[in-house]
Design a protein around this ligand. Structure first.
Ligand SMILES: Cc1cc2nc3c(=O)[nH]c(=O)nc-3n(C[C@H](O)[C@H](O)[C@H](O)COP(=O)(O)O)c2cc1C
Length: 220
């Protein structure tokens, strides 16, 4: 696939076929991801991967945590309690849009909970990768990790797989640490659920809006 199609065709995939990705596919995606830039070439990232039955075990543990309302606390704060209004608006719009796409009414609490629960079911993906950094990492290292994450998702596309980055499940770092044998000296940054896209699932035709290039540039 050419680079344009690889980049422009990526979207967060929220329904998967059961086909289990191979180690070769994952390693090919990681090889592409490993080309990401990092400050001083520190390459601070690490991926902890589970596919097939071991992914299912992680899924079950996450679902149990969600269903029992286990205390949730991520290893770091993703964003401030109050975002600038423009960002809050975009987040609200995209939340409204996906619920509308799925035909879920704003007051339908059960359907909204089921929608949230899909995160902890890893959207049915047969593979999950958890991105970690050394515990002492600072903001710059997270910047590096983001580049790796973005390139990894493109690498997955190159081998026929789609994905969704997930912070929701990083709210249960203990579950991920146990399920993927992640050492205590690593911060859980986020997870990526991945697999073959189920093109027949209506949720996968959902697309998000983007600002125009003009709105994203301040010229001097
Ligand atoms: C670090 C990160 C964490 C995310 N966590 C979640 C998540 O937990 N659940 C979810 O449904 N989407 C999650 N997303 C996906 C975003 O909602 C999605 O990227 C955004 O709406 C743009 O849509 P697109 O990926 O389809 O282009 C996450 C994205 C990023 C980059």
């Amino acid at each position: 696939m050419n680079a344009m199609d690889l980049i422009k065709g990526r979207h967060s995939c929220r329904a998967y076929l059961p086909d289990v990705p191979s180690r070769e596919q994952v390693l090919a995606a990681v090889e592409l991801a490993s080309t990401a830039a990092s400050s001083k070439n520190t390459q601070p990232w690490m991926l902890h991967v589970a596919v097939g039955p071991s992914c299912d075990r992680v899924r079950e543990a996450l679902l149990q945590a969600f269903d029992t309302a286990a205390p949730a606390k991520a290893d770091f704060k993703y964003s401030p309690a109050e975002l600038p209004a423009q960002l809050t608006d975009r987040a609200r719009q995209s939340g409204i849009a996906i619920l509308a796409h799925k035909g879920i009414g704003r007051d339908d609490k059960d359907a909204r909970r089921a929608h949230d629960r899909e995160n902890f079911r890893l959207f049915g993906a047969p593979g999950v990768a958890v991105l970690t950094l050394p515990t002492e990492s600072e903001r710059g290292n997270f910047l590096d990790a983001g580049q790796f994450l973005a390139t990894f998702m493109l690498g997955l596309r190159e081998v026929g797989l789609e994905s969704i980055p997930m912070f929701s499940v990083a709210n249960y770092p203990g579950v991920l640490r146990e399920g993927l044998s992640i050492a205590g000296d690593r911060i859980v940054v986020c997870a990526v659920a991945f697999g073959v896209e189920d093109h027949g699932a209506p949720v996968n035709s959902f697309r998000t809006m983007r600002e125009s290039p003009e709105a994203l540039v301040a010229w001097a």
